[in-house]
Design a protein around this ligand. Structure first.
Ligand SMILES: NC(=O)c1ccc[n+]([C@@H]2O[C@H](COP(=O)([O-])OP(=O)(O)OC[C@H]3O[C@@H](n4cnc5c(N)ncnc54)[C@H](O)[C@@H]3O)[C@@H](O)[C@H]2O)c1
Length: 472
């Protein structure tokens, strides 16, 4: 099995960079959003050994570096995955560098020297007492950061995207091969997407062994499609599957990657809003069976997610609406009006939030369940209507039901998504909801925007909320 060690999934998130870069502020935000422990190495040192300025003055810099190295080793060796802000000089130690390589995704938070000096000059930092020395140190350290870092990120959102290896790049479809880190690859692509968007490999050093189309949309998520891919693809263990299309394509290609040769690397290049904010992120892959959706699948995290917002230009209106339903869901969970941001910012904010939730609970043992907000009702409506209700419309209605049960206003959902009651068989919808819950009446509700809770709802309340979504 290919080791699933993507981004910060099984590693600490370590922030490095010069003093005054904002590592502690960013680190605190990332820790809150990923629900990981936050460690500010300088604060830890001061807690244990007293003020850093005093250590420098009384015991000298080499002794401070020794303490710093020892404490960094302790923090990096800890089993509990953490977000760690390291002091500006901590990465000078080769021992710390080795530990970072083994135990952390190391992200460089850049800062220009003017800003750094402005922020540091009035602090009691021992290395910010003399401007000339400060500037020389800056030059010296920048080189080390560049060598040690796996990535660089200027704010919490960028750190979260890097932590799931999500790359926003306009024009990515013209250089797909450049994202592949193995010698061979195949492309699995939605037939319609391929006809609409010119795709260029542009990486002669990676052999493209074949391009395999899958049917547009949900039809791709079939046993027969996976079976065909298993037989037609002839990659070895060093191969990568690149999936280009909406959630249906990334689900089936990711599942093929999870199962072929017991697991190949794969890269998701989502082409729908649903794909870019949700389906391609978080490692859930799978296909549908005759008995229901997503019934055969695996957690198999993409090595990278490459998002080119330009490909959305051809997306049909109803697909965009389906995506906006997920965007509104994300905004409600995050407590941010993400739907009113410019498109690319909106996509980034949603992708970063999903990354944070997944990093806090990759295999959905707890918190990740919040991402189901509104979805239980949506599935019930889809089943109760014999799948004539579109998924996005069902999710919009599901959000209305969840907000009503939460005692929260529904105006945002009404304004952005304009949901209308749909035709569905009430008893069939209720039966589907009960089946989905497997006898447990547990739902995701919102105490307030940004404060989701997983809680019990009595049957009669849930049934009433469901009934209100169905046209008279
Ligand atoms: N794995 C997960 O975590 C996860 C999360 C959410 C949804 N999903 C799955 O995703 C699937 C839905 O995916 P989706 O909503 O992204 O759509 P999709 O992949 O089903 O595609 C919908 C339609 O849009 C077309 N299309 C895709 N990109 C286009 C583009 N750029 N321009 C024009 N047409 C384009 C497709 O050909 C298709 O006709 C469902 O099966 C759902 O279960 C998975």
């Amino acid at each position: 099995v290919v080791e699933q060690d993507v981004g910060a999934l099984r590693r600490h998130i370590a922030l490095i960079g010069f003093m005054g870069a904002g590592k502690s502020t960013i680190g605190r935000d990332v820790a809150r959003l990923t629900q990981r422990r936050f460690v500010d190495l300088d604060e830890e040192i001061e807690r244990r050994h007293g003020p850093i300025a005093k250590i420098f003055d009384e015991r000298g810099e080499p002794e401070f570096r020794r303490i710093e190295e020892e404490m960094a080793a302790g923090v990096l060796a800890a089993h509990e995955l953490s977000v760690i802000a390291l002091g500006g000089g901590a990465v000078g130690s080769t021992k710390t560098q080795d530990l970072l390589r083994a135990r952390a995704l190391t992200i460089w938070v850049p800062v220009d020297v003017e800003t750094a000096w402005r922020r540091a000059k009035d602090s009691d930092r021992p290395l910010a007492r003399d401007e000339g020395r400060f500037r020389a140190l800056y030059e010296e350290r920048e080189e080390i950061y560049d060598i040690v870092a796996d990535a660089s990120a200027a704010d919490a959102e960028a750190v979260l995207l890097e932590s799931s290896r999500i790359d926003f790049r306009v024009g990515a479809l013209a250089l797909l091969g450049k994202y592949v880190e193995s010698p061979r690859a195949v492309l699995v692509v939605d037939e319609r997407v391929l006809s609409l968007h010119p795709v260029k490999w542009n990486a002669p050093w990676v052999e493209l062994q074949g391009t395999y189309t899958v049917p547009p949309g949900e039809d791709a998520k079939a046993v027969a499609v996976v079976e065909r891919l298993w037989h037609e693809i002839s990659l070895d263990r060093e191969g990568t599957i690149v999936a280009l299309g909406g959630g249906s394509t990334t689900d089936v290609a990711g599942f093929t990657a999870a199962t072929y040769l017991r697991g190949l690397r794969w890269i998701a290049v989502p082409t729908t809003v649903v794909g870019q904010v949700d389906a391609s992120i978080g490692g859930k892959t799978g296909i549908d069976l005759f008995t229901g959706k997503n019934l055969a699948g695996a957690f198999h995290f993409p090595e990278r997610v490459v998002i080119d917002a330009n490909v959305l230009s051809t997306l049909p209106e109803e697909e965009r609406r389906a995506g906006m339903a997920e965007v509104v869901k994300t905004g409600l969970l995050a407590g941010r009006d993400v739907w009113s941001l410019p498109e690319e910012d909106m996509l980034r904010a949603c992708a970063a939030f999903k990354s944070a939730v997944v990093l806090s609970d990759p295999y959905e043992r707890g918190r990740r369940k919040i991402l189901n907000l509104g979805h239980t009702f949506a599935h019930a409506l889809e089943t109760g209507s014999g799948y004539t209700v579109r998924h996005g419309d069902a999710v919009a209605l599901g959000l209305v039901a969840a907000l009503r049960l939460s005692g929260q206003p529904t105006d945002v959902v009404e304004e952005v998504l304009k949901p209308q009651p749909v035709r569905a068989d009430r008893d069939a919808a209720w039966a589907a909801l009960k089946r989905d819950k497997k006898g447990e009446g547990v739902f995701v509700l919102l105490e307030a925007p940004g404060r989701p809770v997983v809680t019990n709802v009595p049957d009669e309340d849930a049934r009433k909320a469901l009934d209100e979504l169905i046209a008279k």
